[in-house]
Design a protein around this ligand. Structure first.
Ligand SMILES: [Zn+2]
Length: 133
């Protein structure tokens, strides 16, 4: 993804493109992937970036609030930021912590319970936990 694409994505989501936000976006949005805040910080350090940890956390919070990335809380100790924001499902390897995408049309969902009164369905996302057999 070019720098111009990154700038456009940020603007489309009402995120004003500061240099730190652009750096975080370049790491996370470069391809479909799931990264934790710590992994993003590691990559930024490898690239010689001087963005502080606190800025990375705040930037990720902002990106996710504005729909630029999706948060996946697979377990209380692991939060990933997903660069794919349209509806899809995941395999989650509980041994390695790896999260893999499943396209939405690969899953058929049947037999969902009636929704509570006064609510409507926003989305259904399946997390299939796997381990080595
Ligand atoms: Zn995903």
């Amino acid at each position: 993804m070019s720098r111009q694409d990154i700038l456009n994505r940020l603007r489309e989501h009402d995120v004003s493109p500061t240099s730190q936000r652009i750096e975080v976006a370049e790491v996370l949005l470069s391809r479909p992937q799931h990264l934790s805040a710590d992994q993003i910080i590691d990559r930024l350090n490898e690239l010689g970036s001087r963005v502080s940890k606190a800025t990375v956390y705040n930037t990720l919070k902002l990106f996710s609030k504005n729909g630029l990335v999706k948060e996946c809380n697979v377990d209380p100790s692991r939060r990933y930021y997903d660069s794919t924001t349209h509806a899809h499902h995941h395999f989650y390897n509980v041994e390695t912590g790896e999260l893999t995408d499943i396209p939405e049309d690969r899953v058929t969902i049947m037999g969902l319970p009636r929704l509570p009164n006064g609510t409507e369905r926003e989305s259904v996302e399946i997390l299939i936990k796997i381990k080595s057999s």
